[in-house]
Design a protein around this ligand. Structure first.
Ligand code: TXA
Ligand code: MG
Length: 324
């Protein structure tokens, strides 16, 4: 695929200069690659939405390199969310905090809360700590398509739109951050499950629940078709066998490498480890999408730990929405 000459490298100075100038830089994180821009610069923010072809009602996450930086643009730290940030940052957790006027409306789609996270990747942390502003970064994929977990994925799809791709290698976690906010009564609700599992969060969050369809705001990652391959994708029910489709491509949750008749059969984790499956999920979905199959079929992960986030993404990839 063409990369449109996007420059890929590890030059932090160059990445800093470009971000300060309002240009877009793809940044590695432990979850997925982000399409980064100056978080307080309306022109840079507009470029992000245009590059992704993303509707502006879908708000952005601000990425920070320190807790002190957060205090410069939020009006308060609700104690529970502060505890969660102290526990899981740097890491795959995003918290929704009341913003000040410093945060442009474009970042939050006009909502009173801003999404904030400190990613756990050495290159990007070093970058963020050099900058006097937070970096707004959605996943670096065209809107609705599969998220990128390698620099090459970004080059293939958004290479024409970014000035620089900071190459931090393959992403360690592989699914996006978990997003937690407080509802109008101050109770914690999970807006999106991701790299921090329900089991890790719940002991710290009495009364934790999943945000429901009636909660506002909803995360547009909530749209039923998201993270989706272009090839029609069917998700099998637990225990259901794959159909015998001669034009099909098959994604097992677990299958030993040697047992896979190439080329249109894939496994998220040959040994059945959930962390490995999460790390491989988007790379495998991409490979399957490009393998020449007319239809794709996939198996679900066990519904525990990161398996819940994997299944959420698989359901959306199949156009089923969160609970389908
Ligand atoms: O792991 C991640 O979170 C990656 C990396 C790059 O940090 N970023 C990411 O961004 O997944 P994005 O834009 O693809 O997904 C962020 C989700 C969106 O579904 C958005 O609607 C939700 O976060 N979100 C952002 N700001 C919000 C807000 N103020 N209230 C509710 N949801 C918000
Ligand atoms: Mg995304």
């Amino acid at each position: 695929m063409p990369s449109f000459g996007a420059v890929i490298g590890q030059d932090l100075g160059e990445a800093c200069r470009l971000l300060i100038a309002g240009k877009l830089v793809a940044i590695p994180t432990e979850t997925v690659y982000g399409l980064g821009g100056h978080g307080f610069d309306e022109k840079a923010l507009t470029r992000i939405f245009e590059a992704k072809n993303r509707p502006t009602f879908d708000p952005l996450i601000l990425h920070v390199g320190s807790m002190e930086q957060v205090a410069t643009f939020v009006s308060q730290w609700p104690p529970l969310l502060l505890r969660l940030a102290k526990q899981f940052w740097p890491g795959p957790l995003t918290v929704l905090l009341p913003r000040t006027v410093l945060v442009p409306d474009l970042v939050t789609a006009g909502l009173p809360a801003v999404a904030v996270r400190m990613p756990d990747h050495p290159l990007t942390l070093a970058l963020l700590r050099r900058l006097p502003f937070p970096v707004a970064a959605p996943s670096a994929n065209p809107f609705g398509y599969i998220s990128p977990t390698e620099a090459a994925h970004v080059a293939q799809q958004l290479g024409h739109a970014v000035s620089y791709i900071l190459d931090g290698g393959p992403c360690r976690v592989g699914v996006e951050s978990t997003i937690v906010g407080l509802d109008e009564w101050g109770n914690p609700a999970v807006v999106r499950l991701g790299g921090i599992s329900w089991e890790e969060l719940e002991p710290l969050c009495p009364g934790l629940r999943m945000a429901s369809a009636t909660d506002r705001p909803r995360a547009p990652g909530e749209l039923p078709s998201h993270y989706a391959p272009r090839t029609p994708f069917t998700l099998m029910k637990p225990g259901q066998e794959f159909p015998k489709d001669p034009d099909g491509g098959y994604i097992y949750f677990a299958a030993p490498e040697a047992s896979l008749p190439r080329p249109r059969v894939f496994a998220l984790s040959p040994g059945g480890e959930i962390e490995v499956a999460a790390r491989e999920l988007y790379r495998v979905l991409r490979a399957a999408d490009l393998c020449g199959a007319k239809r794709l079929y996939g198996q679900m992960a066990p519904e525990k730990g990161l398996g819940r986030a994997i299944n959420d993404r698989l359901r959306r990839a199949a156009g089923l929405g969160a609970k389908g």
